[in-house]
Design a protein around this ligand. Structure first.
Ligand SMILES: Cc1cc2nc3c(=O)[nH]c(=O)nc-3n(C[C@H](O)[C@H](O)[C@H](O)COP(=O)(O)O)c2cc1C
Length: 320
């Protein structure tokens, strides 16, 4: 049984599965190329790397995937280098650009001019409608279960039907998708595909250090906390020393300011805390994770993760 075909612009991947962009070195060329090669869509996160590094990872991902599948770039509107990164991604001929943490009229115009689809990550039907009107090629609707910064406190499955109803472009469901049964449910509710982050972190090819992946395998639902970062949004994190200090003292020493955010609360440095965990210090760094991280029991190759999801999907559909 073939899975429903996801189409966004010229893209028609084998499976309707997008690996979410994950900032500060978690989804770079290693993870994105593996997902693309396994029949999904990979995303390189442009956050926390330089423009030159972004260019390098786009080229490397193409090389590693052997030109198979599709590779996009995630850029965050809230960051000061948003425009520069978006232009670099267009220049390097990324298959698409996906923007989170805000939208601007310009980004759709730049994409259109270059013939590169621009997708928006939103958490409300209102923003989905606005994105479509401004020129988005597809919408990623992200619910409260997602990893990373959160734009809502509502479950994804509650928002999904509202967004499907509001727009006529493809809608991708993100947040709390772990299994093929979740994929089947999202598609039955009108989604054209899913975006998954947490499940792909615990993969062999994920660009995060092993300590970070192991933190996912070890996490239980009781370890999860919501933390308001200096971006001004909540993010779900796995409890560690860093979280204990933030909860107790409300702040964590900032060594130097990177001037990365358009607006920052300066209580701690979100970028540095993510850098610390990227370097392997998962006690003093910030470890973002999705709500269902507790279900992850092992680190697997990306190909195996996708094969399992496809098998589970088929079983779920067969059982009705
Ligand atoms: C560790 C981590 C980092 C993330 N970083 C980003 C990011 O930089 N930009 C972004 O748009 N989304 C980010 N996300 C969200 C993912 O792209 C994806 O939409 C989300 O994780 C889907 O929910 P799931 O984790 O339950 O599958 C991140 C998620 C995780 C788990």
């Amino acid at each position: 049984m073939k899975l429903p075909q996801l189409r966004i612009g010229q893209m028609a991947p084998e499976y309707p599965i997008i690996q979410g962009g994950m900032g500060i070195g978690i989804s770079l060329s290693g993870l994105a190329s593996s997902v693309a090669a396994a029949g999904g869509i990979g995303i390189i996160s442009g956050t926390g790397i330089t423009v030159e590094e972004l260019r390098h990872h786009i080229r490397k991902a193409r090389e590693l995937s052997g030109g198979k599948g599709y590779i996009g770039v995630n850029v965050l509107f809230a960051m000061n280098d948003f425009a520069e990164k978006m232009k670099a991604a267009i220049d390097e001929k990324a298959d698409f650009i996906i923007s989170g943490a805000g939208i601007s009229r310009d980004m759709y115009a730049w994409g259109k001019e270059a013939g590169v689809p621009v997708l928006s990550i939103v958490s409300t039907a209102k923003l989905a409608r606005l994105s479509e009107r401004l020129g988005a090629s597809a919408i990623v609707v992200e619910g409260f279960e997602a990893g990373g910064h959160l734009g809502t406190d509502r479950p994804m499955m509650d928002i999904l039907p509202e967004v499907v109803e509001a727009v006529s472009i493809p809608v991708i469901a993100a947040g709390g998708i772990m299994t093929g049964a979740d994929l089947a449910k999202a598609l039955s509710m009108g989604a054209s595909g899913v975006q998954m982050g947490t499940r792909f972190v615990a993969s062999e090819e994920c660009d995060a250090p092993l300590t970070f992946k192991q933190k996912y395998v070890d996490a239980t639902p009781e370890d999860l906390v919501l933390v308001k970062t200096t971006v001004g949004l909540h993010g779900r994190a796995i409890r560690n020393t860093f979280i204990d200090i933030i909860e107790k003292e409300g702040k964590y020493k900032v060594d130097r300011c990177h001037k990365c955010l358009k607006n920052c609360s300066y209580r701690f440095c979100t970028l540095d805390s993510l850098f610390r965990s990227l370097k392997g210090d998962v006690e003093k760094g910030l470890v973002f994770a999705g709500a269902r991280v507790g279900e992850i029991k092992e680190i697997l190759p990306v190909k195996k993760i996708i094969e399992r999801i496809v098998d589970e999907y088929r079983l779920a559909v067969a059982l009705g």
